[in-house]
Design a protein around this ligand. Structure first.
Ligand SMILES: [Zn+2]
Ligand SMILES: [Zn+2]
Length: 360
């Protein structure tokens, strides 16, 4: 593809519920380690929808028009003079956040915690719902022949799940409860299975999501009731023999207060609880349960060293079939309708075909 004649149409958020399509100048390579990528497919994330509806997430506020999107796969069109690992035509999954590589967190191996992080579609940085994108070569992950570009766009949420499950240190034979059966919750359940967990319970309040979870990867599901958290927890513990003493690992991928409360009651003594979902800033937290059971509690934020690489490997080896999560693919010009569908909860994952790509 010749970038000079191709489209750099971009999907831009001006302010909440005010989006436009605009052709922007073609980006150019300024660093010899950078590559120019034509975007083929982009998934829509809850965070994209939140910026679209609210114009902010926490202290990240959209003040200037911002290109949305960060879950993308594309094709290399040009490489900088120092790039030896990629060549034009290579198909890649794009890791969309670029750390400084020099600060304390970066040098300690936790670059996802870099305070200088430039993350796509997190103000003030533009996102990937555009024609062409410049990335450092080492943040592009070459897709094996067997992996499609559509699957490549799912690597981003899968990497989020990989990071969460690694934070939880899931090992073979364990019991894992995942609160929330949205895309990240489903992928956490799938990664936990791939890591050898023998019992994986998906918990949600929406029956259709649980039915999907069962068909996708979960060994058990539980429909959360409007009852006290300890009661929901004891119902979950009754689902399988190796849950009787509580779950080895509980992952919250919902961010919802009742789910977090249930998490602390369902985890076993000495077990691990990881908070992956983001909801309200502050909640009522059963801290006594955490203390008395000596629970290991961790947060999880985006992804770091090795997570993208493993995510690509899980797709390539067929251990996580991300294709099942793709509810549909829309043309670039229909991006806003796709956002509407995600907001309404009608789809699991919808992909937007890049402006230079027609949907299949
Ligand atoms: Zn995302
Ligand atoms: Zn840094």
């Amino acid at each position: 593809m010749d970038p000079k004649t191709a489209s750099n149409l971009s999907f831009i958020l001006n302010k909440p519920h005010d989006v436009e399509f605009k052709s922007r100048d073609l980006p150019t390579l300024s660093d010899p380690h950078d590559v120019l990528v034509a975007i083929n497919y982009t998934g829509i994330c809850g965070s994209d929808v939140h910026y679209w509806t609210h114009g902010a997430i926490g202290h990240y506020v959209v003040k200037e028009p911002m290109v949305l999107g960060h879950e993308s796969a594309g094709t290399i069109v040009e490489v900088g003079s120092a790039v030896t690992t990629l060549r034009p035509g290579d198909r890649v999954a794009l890791e969309p956040g670029y750390p400084c590589r020099r600060c304390g967190p970066c040098l300690s191996g936790k670059y996802n915690l870099c305070p200088e992080m430039r993350f796509a579609a997190t103000p003030p940085y533009h996102g990937t719902l555009t024609g062409f994108w410049v990335s450092p070569a080492d943040f592009c992950y070459k897709l094996p022949e067997s992996v499609t570009l559509q699957e490549g766009a799912l690597v981003e949420p899968l990497a989020v799940a990989v990071h969460i499950v690694r934070q939880a240190v899931v090992t073979p034979g364990q019991s894992v409860v995942v609160m929330g059966a949205g895309p990240v919750g489903l992928l956490c359940a799938a990664v936990a299975r791939a890591f050898g967990a023998s019992t994986v319970v998906s918990v949600d309040i929406v029956e259709s999501k649980l039915a999907f979870a069962k068909s996708f990867c979960s060994t058990h599901t539980y429909s959360s009731q409007r009852i006290p958290a300890p009661e929901n927890a004891s119902n979950i513990r009754a689902l399988a023999p190796n849950l009787a003493g509580g779950a080895d690992v509980v992952i919250d991928a919902s961010g919802a207060e009742p789910s977090i409360q249930t998490s602390l009651h369902v985890v076993r003594t000495g077990g691990t609880y990881v908070q992956g979902g983001m909801g309200r800033d502050e909640i009522t937290f059963p801290i006594m349960a955490m203390c008395l059971k000596e629970v290991t509690a961790k947060g999880s934020f985006r992804y770091g060293s090795g997570d993208y690489k493993l995510a690509v490997e899980l797709v390539a080896s067929g251990r996580v079939d991300v294709r099942k999560l793709i509810s549909g693919v829309v043309d670039f010009e229909d991006a806003e309708q796709a956002f509407e569908k995600v907001k309404e909860g009608e789809v699991i994952k919808i992909l937007i075909a890049g402006p230079n790509e027609k949907k299949e």
